[in-house]
Design a binder for this molecule. Sequence first.
Ligand code: NAP
Length: 539
Amino acid sequence: MSQITTAPPTTQTPEELDVVIVGAGYSGIHQLYHYRKKGYSVRVLEAESDLGGAWWWTRYPGARVDSEAPFYQLSIEEVWKDWVWTERFPCRDEVCEYYQHVERTLGIKQNIRFNSRVVSARFSDLHHQWIITTQDGFVIHSRFFVLAIGAASKSYTPPFADIANFKGICIHTASWPKELPVEGKRVAVIGTGASGVQVIQSIGPQVAHLTVFQRTPNYALAMQQRKLDKESQDKSKRLFPVMFRRCRQTPNGFSFDKYPKSLHATTPEERLLFFEDLWTDGGWRFVTNNYMDIFTDQEANDQAYAFWRSKVCERVHDPEMREKLAPTLPPYPFGSKRPSLEINYYDVFNQQNVDLIDLNKCEISKFTPSGIQTADGVDHVFDIIVLATGFHTFTGPYTALKVHAADGTDILEKWADGVYTNLGMTVHGFPNFFYMYGPQSPGSCNGPTCSEVQSDWIVGCISHALSNGFTRVEATREAEIEYRRLILELNERSLSKSSPEPTNFKGDLAQYGRLCWEVADDSYRGFVFSSQVGSRARL
Ligand code: NAP
């Protein structure tokens, strides 16, 4: 059993609620909206001081959504009917403004306790309740407990040698301060993932010198950003209900789908024109709308890579730099890692003041007081080092927020020999507990659609329990074993196999949604519902 995190003692009498949700991003707000509508007593606990989830603290320069409008929003009509986006891919500040619009429309803050970082939660078998404790000692009791904290709430800093010796500013993209001038500075960026690409293209034109430390090239796609006007958005709203429904029927949570034709059934001319069209449409269309066999057939995948590479080579002047950014031989299958969307990312590497160090050829040896020393013995001097090195995804958040079963077992102990969940939302041994966008949930899709698919299912399950007088619902071990088998099978079939453990559901979002509703329609197959008096019913 692990040590249970303690919080300062409190004299407050705990509230007794139907549902407690952690996190005030899209997932948490969607949950809150539906429980309030049903008349359940509900509270959201949010660690930050305002709405927005990850967008609230994502302040690094250039932060922007990679999912396009109108798909990146809640499907709640009261909210979308009066909201207008200004850009196809909105910037972080516009997303935060959208959250304030959500508040003006729904008045949700009255149900949210801000600055409330949950440190532990433990199930009481006696009362069929969760006892939830925040860092400031606030305790709350709730029949159901829902984690809506996303996959990226705990930042990852690699164990670089002597990192504390650096005397300049070393900052992770997840904790960017409100003010950090970069103009005229010598800056390093380590990491070329979603955040790295955005920071690099944003600060590249401003800094005195930029050194990018790249381990794996990002197959970044042309964003094809554009302004959006109110008139055309207002016109399209007539179809929003259909559009939001359609988003749930596609592999990636947008209203569009793969092209229903094999690449091999086309001529080279047809293929070239089709690839060009997708590229001109921009965003993720080159991945989401491409030939149906692009991710299952190596030859088709190689052709998509070759086209992408030709686009990068047109932009990057120096042949050596081209080879680092878009190697002749693909370092990994096209589309198997989340690509970023770029505006001027590749152009930045034509600037005289920008270098790229390929960490596969020359590793970081250590941090020094003035910067970074690489394996070739060169000392690189910096004023600012940016760690764009990502997050402890999926199980990472559970290291700071301890979730305990009734016997004190920590959820991470349960997962020590492999992650077992049912539907990527529930865990055997942890009754009345649900999570979203976590281990074995769908990973690679439009965030709001995915969270609404899960949110609706959780609302359905909790409503089923409450309306039938059940006080306890728990996934069975057998159901977890069966779901894990599916997760491993989907991983095996994918061109992007994860090892040792796939963190997410690698099927289509539509397939995932169908599976969840089949379970619900089959009287919640794989779940045991019971009531406090002890009459246990398998429905
Ligand atoms: P990320 O995409 O996981 O990228 C992390 C980067 O750090 C990768 O390039 C990784 O290289 C590199 N890295 C990790 N350890 C390293 C080491 N020891 N030495 C050198 N490089 C190292 O993380 P992120 O950019 O923070 O994004 C995380 C998630 O947040 C995304 O997947 C996305 O879901 C979300 N996000 C979304 C947006 C958006 O919508 N615009 C923006 C930012 C973030 P390898 O590839 O070799 O591992």
